[in-house]
Design a binder for this molecule. Structure first.
Ligand SMILES: Nc1ncnc2c1ncn2[C@@H]1O[C@H](COP(=O)(O)OP(=O)(O)OP(=O)(O)O)[C@@H](O)[C@H]1O
Ligand SMILES: [Mg+2]
Length: 263
């Protein structure tokens, strides 16, 4: 893996070249080796993730479950290169994230990754439509507006396109965040409790959309959830307990016939 730092002679601006993607068909989409995260707290250093190792295949759907505070959001942030580990390594799409600087990780995310934060993190000064358009515009897509409107339609929010986040309910903000994460058809989608704020019917609709992306585009899904229904639709469940990986459970095959079971 290589990231080229080039100096633009004219402007003096440092340009980070796009990371070269090393993964081949059959390689895992994510590989994690001995991952650990230590933070400082008022009581001193705190280990919030310890010796976590696993692989996720391309096209696999994985639920990350565990009690509140067990380290699920921390793990998701590390897998997507939003945060850096204190120990261990993450390979995302064949790229060792430790070999990239912040700009390199951002470029890799822009090209391959959709991420739905637990707290949504919509840009408050932009409308729902503009929030969804942003990644498409950054990717240089000419028809960003049309695509973003289509995505808002898919999450049932066409009529709220011109609303700002403060004018949206929690569940609506969550769906805008999902539409934004779907923009550009990511190869891997991370979502932190994607049905956490939704009623059962809207939750079903979102599960359908997530698994349509998985089935039709071959996207890898990594979903943090407290929702046993959503976890049951995934190929595999990873369970965290106090920062340690406790168990990985493979769902029985009939459970994996996902969208067909949804009305
Ligand atoms: N920057 C930080 N500094 C100190 N402690 C932190 C920091 N980030 C997370 N923690 C602690 O680490 C633990 C794991 O946090 P994390 O957000 O990953 O949990 P979680 O499993 O996602 O919980 P929830 O289900 O409530 O969202 C928590 O106890 C949290 O208080
Ligand atoms: Mg969390």
């Amino acid at each position: 893996m290589r990231v080229d730092q080039e100096q633009d002679a004219g402007s003096g601006i440092s340009v980070t070249a796009a990371p070269q993607l090393d993964n081949r068909a059959g390689d895992p989409m994510i590989r994690v080796e001995n991952l650990g995260k230590q933070v400082s707290s008022p009581e001193g250093p705190l280990l919030i993730l310890t010796e976590v190792s696993f692989s996720i295949a391309q096209g696999e759907s994985v639920a990350v479950v565990g009690a509140s505070g067990s380290g699920k959001s921390t793990l998701l942030g590390l897998l997507a290169g939003l945060d850096t580990p204190s120990h261990g390594r993450v390979w995302l799409a064949g790229v060792d994230l430790n070999s990239l600087d912040e700009d390199g990780r951002a470029l890799l995310r822009a090209r391959r990754v959709g991420f739905v934060f637990q707290s949504f993190q919509l840009l408050t000064g932009l409308t729902a439509l503009e929030n969804v358009m942003l990644p498409l515009e950054l990717a240089g897509q000419a028809d960003a507006r049309r695509q973003a409107l289509e995505l808002l339609e898919r999450v049932g929010l066409h009529s709220r396109a011109r609303h700002y986040p403060a004018q949206l309910s929690g569940g609506e903000q969550q769906r805008v965040a999902l539409a934004r994460a779907f923009a550009g058809n990511p190869d891997v989608l991370f979502a932190d409790e994607p049905t956490g704020n939704l009623d059962q019917k809207t939750g079903h609709r979102i599960i359908e959309l997530l698994f349509a992306l998985n089935r039709e585009q071959g996207a890898t899904l990594i979903l943090v959830t407290h929702d046993p229904e959503l976890a049951a639709y995934c190929d595999r469940v990873l369970e965290l307990d106090d920062g340690r990986l406790q168990a990985t459970t493979v769902a029985p095959v009939p459970e994996r016939a996902v969208p067909a079971r949804l009305s």
